[in-house]
Design a protein around this ligand. Structure first.
Ligand code: SF4
Length: 95
């Protein structure tokens, strides 16, 4: 049981390392742009889910990204303070 757990942890770290290398090779994990007023309006109107809190790789217990990306600007709270600043994460996967 413990060996299996250790093996799955090792595989998880291998996956993380692979994704991290890919992110570094492909540049930033985020695409940054200025949000158009239409997007800001529709984000609220349609309750768009694109922030870390709705991503598979978000760890709720410490609010960090499993891939190790700096996610302070990609959480919902950031958009309440800076609604015109828009980041899309290339690794986002909807829960
Ligand atoms: S959206 Fe990107 S930064 Fe945020 S948790 Fe998912 S993979 Fe990490």
């Amino acid at each position: 049981m413990q060996g299996g757990s250790r093996r799955s942890t090792s595989r998880e770290w291998q996956r993380r390392a692979y994704r991290w290398r890919m992110a570094r090779a492909c540049g930033e994990p985020f695409v940054r742009q200025r949000a158009l007023p239409l997007f800001v309006a529709e984000r609220t109107r349609f309750a768009l889910r694109f922030t870390c809190e709705y991503c598979t790789y978000f760890r709720a217990e410490d609010e960090r990204c499993t891939h190790g990306y700096p996610n302070a600007e990609h959480k919902s709270a950031h958009y309440e303070q800076s609604p015109d600043d828009l980041l899309f994460c290339k690794d986002f996967e909807l829960l």
